[in-house]
Design a protein. Structure first.
Length: 196
């Protein structure tokens, strides 16, 4: 009898058992579905990564962290607060382990302030409590944040990204003064303040 064939694969299947070819075809279909899902998910990861998530979300500006002190916007003589023709000010700061350069800057109160920061080494953070200022400072990129100081005063700005053993001691200070007082300062006095 065929049912008693020596080769078990040749024996007639009893009722309820799905033939091997049908099983193989069904598995193949499900494999195609799985492969399609993987392709779709990989595509989503690649597209969203390229379109928005793999680089800073706004104001993408690159800079060579190795030549900050030699050329360009972040040479030492250009750091600190600079007045702009439209009445606003731009503050340029370099973050490095474990310091902000300059450590203290002076700005006029009630004036648009644009901070431009970059890092010479590790990833640092720049945070001004109770304001919109909170940015990572990443080597190779320029971080830009805009704010305004409603009242004169001393503002402490801690590094809020763990950057190494001296992270806890890394602070920047901003001294906001009245606008007319700011106008009377020399460019050197405007650029940085001695207070620590
Ligand atoms: Cu710089 Cu933490």
């Amino acid at each position: 009898m065929a049912d008693q064939s020596a080769n078990p694969l040749r024996r007639t299947l009893s009722d309820g058992i799905v033939p091997q070819e049908v099983v193989a075809r069904t598995e193949k279909s499900w494999l195609m579905v799985m492969a399609a899902m993987l392709v779709v998910m990989m595509a989503i990861i690649v597209v969203t990564g390229i379109m928005g998530a793999l680089h800073p979300a706004s104001n993408v500006e690159v800079i060579d962290p190795l030549t900050l002190h030699l050329q360009g916007e972040f040479v030492e003589s250009n750091l600190g607060t600079a007045a702009e023709p439209d009445g606003s000010v731009t503050v340029r700061i370099v973050a490095e382990q474990y310091n902000f350069v300059p450590r203290c800057v002076r700005v006029p109160a009630n004036t648009p302030v644009k901070f431009r920061l970059t890092s010479a080494d590790a990833v640092h953070g720049f945070l001004l409590p109770n304001t919109n200022v909170n940015t990572m400072v990443v080597p190779g990129f320029v971080s830009e944040v805009r704010t305004s100081f409603a009242a004169p005063g001393e503002y402490a700005m801690p590094c809020n990204e763990f950057c190494g053993l001296g992270h806890h001691a890394m602070w920047a200070h901003v001294s906001a003064v009245q606008q007319d007082q700011f106008q009377n300062l020399t460019s050197v006095e405007r650029a940085r303040c001695a207070a620590q």
